[in-house]
Design a protein around this ligand. Structure first.
Ligand SMILES: [Zn+2]
Length: 223
């Protein structure tokens, strides 16, 4: 489903993977839960491309619903994998980059869900840092947006006005909300990352969980 020029949301996957189409190939942002590679490769075929057209996979953070299919997709495509340092270190171990702070019944829920989120260890080809611009979608800037996890990144194309926020924000009923609760590593940093992103002037915000938010000005949470 094309959600902005040259930007697709691949539907039916937890968490949302986004596919960017450039003249030199495809870039995937996040890869969904383990086992999502078939749906992603089917979508790529559906827009008339082949697995080898996938040149880059960018990971926002090392949670299993974002890195779950990176190993199989890397093997199928030969794509280079990009992530921040601490998230890359967690991926190499097949772990998340922080402990969940579950309370009460959440502990039971997180325990039940854990096997679904268990990704195979995966190597990152290139560590990316805040301020770096990747040659994707007219220039895709790497933004350090810690809080949900220690080294979470977002990605912003100023020329397209599209922000890929990973799990630094989520959406519901055409509103954005910050990361909070038991899966949030540091609440103060999470709030600061939302404020930083609200100041970018993005027109379209693509989150890991929830629908894409268009005409995004005024739809950021006030923190
Ligand atoms: Zn997620």
């Amino acid at each position: 489903m094309q959600i902005a020029p040259n930007v697709h949301l691949i539907p039916g996957i937890i968490a949302n993977p986004y596919l960017i189409v450039d003249p030199d190939g495809l870039t995937l942002i996040d890869t969904g839960l383990p086992g999502s590679e078939k749906k992603i490769l089917k979508y790529i075929a559906g827009i008339g491309k082949s697995p080898s057209d996938l040149k880059r996979i960018i990971i926002t953070h090392a949670d299993g619903d974002h890195v779950g299919s990176v190993g199989p997709l890397r093997r199928a495509s030969g794509a280079r994998v990009f992530a921040s340092r601490a998230e890359a270190e967690a991926m190499a171990k097949g772990e998340s980059s922080r402990q969940l702070k579950a309370i009460g019944l959440q502990k039971v829920l997180f325990g039940l869900l854990a096997p679904l989120f268990k990704a195979e260890p995966a190597n990152v080809d290139e560590v990316i840092t805040d301020g770096q611009t990747l040659p994707v979608l007219g220039g895709l800037r790497v933004l350090s947006t810690p809080g949900h996890t220690p080294d979470h990144i977002s990605l912003y194309s100023p020329s397209a006005g599209v922000l890929f926020a990973g799990d630094s924000m989520k959406s519901a009923r055409d509103r954005l909300d910050g990361s909070s609760g038991g899966n949030t590593w540091d609440q103060a940093q999470a709030d600061a990352s939302v404020r930083k992103q609200a100041a970018l002037g993005a027109k379209v915000v693509c989150v890991g969980h929830g629908p894409v938010v268009t005409d995004a000005a005024g739809k950021f949470p006030r923190l």
